[in-house]
Design a protein around this ligand. Structure first.
Ligand code: ATP
Ligand code: MG
Length: 437
């Protein structure tokens, strides 16, 4: 379909679609579109083509895609002003951080700033702190990159390094996210960029979120905080950030809201991208450092000490593994094994802890992050099996060789890379997980 749009107007395209500029001139988030080259718009995403000189586009729409015209430039004037303020900062590297609710335009604003800076030959580092709607690394990670070319979609960039958090919401794992962001910020600064742009997630409107966001800002200590809002959404957070230089930018009118379903679908595209060409790898446990394993006790040696022998005797069987936590005892047993309730009671009385039975097979589908010996992130994988007898992990991943560490995540993916939670319905972490994403 051909579309002609006058100067000063915007062509809004909702994916899945592709658009080719055939004549005239237009920009997407500060990137001048080349004539005759195809711009792809992913499902769930909207791209605005701001027309600089009367332009003609060739538009191909996929299923459910739409195209419409807007009478003005959909990039608010405050975005341009914010860019000017950023380049006028004295500090180098100049560190800026973007705050805003979900669907306020954070990613698009980060794209806009990056594109404008790169066009001015500035060296840019981009740090993405959004676990659920990550632009740079795989879903459930925070990541950074050093983009050298402008882009219409940050999803096209490749991460330089990432930190695997293993869940889509920061609420249950605030310290981990901050640890990851701080480490990656330091690493990104080692390549001496002129500008570091940090994006964050959209969790804002709860007391807990305000506490979390102010900690993020305090820890990353930016020279400038960009606050994207339509009304007063960020007011509670602003009162905590008075010592920082803050600039308010408008959330574009044309911003597109996404349902939870759409967000999950967009994440799936992320899993697909990072699990392409995955094969099952067998990784020997005694060569691996396993982190965030709160279920299976893989990093602990299953010792035949008196206590374990006593537990085995009370259970009337030898489990595959035991993990003793401060208040719980995890007993991992074979798929078809069974322990009678009398014996469970005896073990609970002996250990004074609640016993939790975990069956082999329950590990299947767990999202994992893989690292090399230097703690460099190699990629993600899906745990297929823990082979307790051969002491190996079987992980479906495109990563091969070099793996020295595996971090277990807190969500599972099925065969089609669809997410499902690890926790049973009555668990608190699950409730938070469900509420947020
Ligand atoms: N100026 C604009 N004109 C038209 N569409 C826009 C504009 N800014 C953003 N959008 C579109 O609106 C949607 C939401 O924007 P964006 O992804 O930037 O928001 P976000 O705050 O990063 O959301 P999330 O919280 O999901 O990460 C996207 O599809 C984006 O392409
Ligand atoms: Mg975003």
């Amino acid at each position: 379909m051909e579309k002609t749009v006058e100067k000063g107007k915007t062509l809004l395209v909702d994916g899945p679609a592709s658009v080719t500029l055939t004549s005239g001139s237009a920009e997407v988030f500060g990137l001048p579109v080349k004539t005759a080259s195809k711009v792809i718009i992913r499902e769930g995403k909207r791209l605005p083509f701001s027309v600089e000189e009367k332009a003609t586009f060739d538009v191909s729409l996929g299923e459910g895609a739409t195209v419409e015209e807007m009478d003005e430039n959909s990039i608010p004037p405050s975005w341009e002003k914010a860019y000017e303020e950023l380049v006028n900062l004295q500090a180098r590297p100049a560190i800026s951080l973007i705050l805003g609710t979900a669907d306020s335009g954070k990613t698009s604003f980060a794209t806009y700033l990056t594109n404008r800076l790169i066009r001015e030959q500035c060296k840019v580092a981009l740090l993405d702190g959004d676990l659920g709607q990550s632009d740079i690394g795989p879903p459930c990670t925070v990541a950074y990159t050093l983009p050298t070319k402008p882009t219409t979609d940050l999803f096209n960039l490749t991460a330089k390094n990432a930190f695997f958090v293993g869940i889509t919401s920061p609420s249950s794992t605030v310290d981990k996210v901050i640890e990851g962001l701080t480490l990656l910020k330091e690493e990104a600064l080692k390549s001496s960029p002129d500008f570091l742009v940090i994006n964050t997630d959209g969790w804002i409107d709860e007391e807990e979120a305000v506490r979390y966001k102010s900690r993020v800002v305090e820890s990353l200590n930016p020279h400038m905080v960009f606050c994207i809002q339509q009304g007063e959404e960020l007011a509670p957070l602003m009162s905590k950030l008075e010592r920082f230089k803050r600039t308010f930018v408008e959330s574009p009118k044309a911003v597109r809201q996404r349902t939870h379903e759409r967000r999950r679908n967009l994440r799936e595209l992320g899993y697909i991208k990072y699990l392409k060409n995955a094969k099952v790898q067998s990784l020997p446990l005694n060569w691996l450092k396993v982190e965030e394993d709160e279920l299976f006790g893989l990093s602990k040696k299953y010792e035949n000490n008196q206590r374990v022998l006593r537990i085995n005797a009370l259970l009337g069987m030898k489990p595959l593994n035991i993990l003793e936590l401060p208040d719980k005892l995890h007993v991992i047993i074979g798929r078809n094994r069974w322990i009678n309730s009398e014996n469970i009671k005896k073990v609970e009385e002996y250990t004074k802890k609640k016993m939790v039975i975990i069956r082999k097979g329950e590990e299947e589908g767990l999202l994992t992050g893989l690292y090399n010996a230097n703690k460099h992130f190699l990629g993600i994988g899906i745990l297929k099996e823990i082979d307790f007898l051969r002491k190996t992990l079987k992980i479906l991943t495109p990563v091969s060789g070099e793996v020295a560490g595996v971090t277990l995540g807190k969500l599972k993916l099925d065969k089609n890379f669809k997410e499902f939670p690890v926790f049973p319905e009555d668990n608190d972490s699950f409730k938070t997980f469900k509420k947020l994403f």
